[in-house]
Design a protein around this ligand. Structure first.
Ligand SMILES: [Zn+2]
Length: 111
């Protein structure tokens, strides 16, 4: 069974659920208002990039508009949850990347 504390960086349990704390300052008031996706029709196919925001707007993106596009993408899909801290305004990404039958997850920022 997955341990939610391991799923997100610096989380604190509250009544069986976990608060996601800012990876920069540790503040617990954080927001996830946007999701980015890199999807492939099949393994190693040309990737398509898109975002979904809190208004329900789905937007196609270019590779250059996709966060973290400079790193490796794996062979299949990737989903990024964009986190933002209410206190220090730090922006970071919780990523889930599929590669060769596995799912890699990470907490990454743009700094
Ligand atoms: Zn912060």
């Amino acid at each position: 069974m997955l341990n939610p504390k391991e799923l997100m960086l610096a989380s604190t349990s509250v009544s069986g659920e976990y608060l996601t704390e800012c990876p920069a300052c540790g503040w617990e008031c954080t927001h996830f208002d946007k999701v980015f996706a890199l999807v492939r029709f099949r393994e190693d196919a040309e990737p398509r990039y898109m975002s979904l925001d809190h208004r329900g707007v789905v937007e196609p993106l270019t590779k250059e508009q996709y966060p973290l596009s400079s790193r490796g993408t794996g062979r299949r899909h990737e989903f990024l949850l964009e986190g933002r801290c209410e206190a220090c305004e730090k922006v970071w990404y919780e990523s889930f990347r599929q590669h060769k039958g596995t799912t890699l997850r990470n907490t990454t920022d743009l700094d």
